[in-house]
Design a protein around this ligand. Structure first.
Ligand code: NIG
Ligand code: FE
Length: 417
């Protein structure tokens, strides 16, 4: 089955030779092909090029073109890769939102039994079916907003039963959506109330019971720990990542959101695929990341929603590092999975150029979920997850028009939705 998109004003993020990621000064470069075509065959990108070089498909024998889309005036992007979300959850948390407006800090809300523990209580009471239905609705929403791959964490269960329940929901979502999904086991997201004052015992539970069961049922691709002030220490993170590694679970962790927690260093020590949040990054953290295979991942939605300091993204890029961006879609600190809005936040709050932000939400965030060989760019043989914009004057217009829905047609695995 073949689908041809012709007369594309600009085909964005094209690659002749697929790269691992884009780093440093290269992040400001975005390879685009103007006046282009894109040929999709089954679920893969089969070919692309300039319109003037387009083969005369009509006259080719046995060429079973099913659909042609004329994209005059419109651009084609590779779908966003959202490498950090918590989108399986039960119930929204707008009460905390007003508490935050009144001035309570994230840590104060957590101490009052709000925050993650609030979601854990609701998670416990929710059925697998309810969780699945609600999460599927969120998936449909992010698909319509241009996301083609998403990482989803557990971490609102905080008991063996409920962590497994969350991960089984993620597995079902994987099986029933054209999105590519990666599952991340985040048992060490917070210490549950029944382990209050016994944090070490909870870490033992994560290591001795949760990890083996998660691995036995093959429910997770990655392992996560919230390594930060007031949550899990570097030593605890070290123990958990070490245990996860023995079961083949590569780390992708929360680090340095609330302090210089040492999370980045312990993540790099375990060759984490990514370290995420990164509000607190200094020279020591940058030195640790240099030369590593760990993708620094920034979550502008959470920093915006919690009104926090911004991660020093420019400093990291100036040091030659790559940077990825993700939504952190979750009910507490970032109740949105709108990656186009993440582009705008990156430009406005972090002074990233639109080209840098696009690299960070496509090729680099694909790497941050282990998908750089399959997604994140327009390259032959990659999965055909793309979107066609409405008529727009320029690439810069995408983050600039921050409140407009500019995504017109979504194609996932070669299928127009
Ligand atoms: O990524 N930082 C830790 N965890 C989530 C917040 C989850 C919540 O508040 O429910 C985050 O922002
Ligand atoms: Fe998170």
């Amino acid at each position: 089955m073949k689908l041809l998109i012709s007369n594309i004003k600009s085909l964005v993020q094209v690659e002749e030779t697929p790269r691992m990621w884009v780093a440093g000064a290269d992040m400001a470069k975005l390879n685009c092909l103007d006046n282009a075509y894109l040929l999709i065959e089954d679920d893969k990108i089969a070919d692309f090029g300039k319109m003037e070089d387009m083969p005369n498909y009509d006259e080719m024998e046995g060429f079973d073109l099913v659909e042609e889309i004329d994209a005059t005036g419109r651009m084609v992007f590779p779908s966003f890769c959202d490498s950090h979300t918590h989108l399986v959850y039960a119930g929204s948390r707008e009460i905390e939102y007003t508490d935050k407006i009144k001035g309570l800090s994230y840590e104060e809300i957590a101490k009052r039994g709000g925050g993650i523990l609030n979601s854990a209580k609701r998670m416990h009471d929710a059925s697998e079916e309810e969780l699945y239905e609600a999460a599927m609705e969120r998936l449909h929403e992010i698909i319509s907003m241009g996301t083609g791959a998403v990482e989803i964490k557990s971490g609102y269960g905080l008991s063996v039963e409920d962590e497994l329940k969350m991960l089984r929901v993620i597995k079902r979502l994987k099986e029933n959506t054209p999105l590519t999904i990666k599952a991340n086991f985040l048992g060490a997201h917070a210490v549950p109330s029944d382990y209050k004052g016994r944090q070490g015992e909870y870490v033992d539970l994560v290591i001795n019971e949760m990890i083996p069961q998660v691995a036995a049922e093959e429910l997770a691709d990655y392992i996560d720990v919230f390594c930060d002030k007031g949550f899990f220490t570097v030593e605890e993170t070290d123990r958990i990542l070490n245990a996860g590694m023995k079961y083949g679970l590569r780390a992708k962790i929360h680090a340095n959101e609330l302090d210089y927690s040492g999370g980045i260093q312990v993540g790099v020590k375990y060759n984490a695929l990514s370290v995420d949040h990164l509000e607190y990054v200094g020279d020591a953290e940058i030195a640790a990341l240099k030369g590593s295979e760990t993708m620094p991942t920034v979550l502008p939605g959470a920093a915006f929603f919690l009104n926090m300091v911004c991660s020093p993204v420019r400093k990291m890029m100036d040091a030659g590092l790559p940077v990825a961006l993700a939504s952190d879609f979750n009910p507490g600190s970032s109740p949105s999975g709108n990656m186009k809005f993440i582009l705008s936040l990156a430009c406005i709050n972090y002074k990233m150029l639109p080209q840098e932000a696009i690299n960070a939400t496509t090729i680099n965030s694909a790497y941050a979920m282990g998908l750089q060989e399959e997604l994140g760019s327009i390259a032959k043989g990659k999965i055909a997850n793309v979107f066609i914009t409405k008529e727009i004057p320029s690439i810069e217009y995408m983050p600039y028009a921050y409140g407009s829905n500019l995504i017109d047609v979504v194609i996932l695995r070669g299928q127009r939705l």
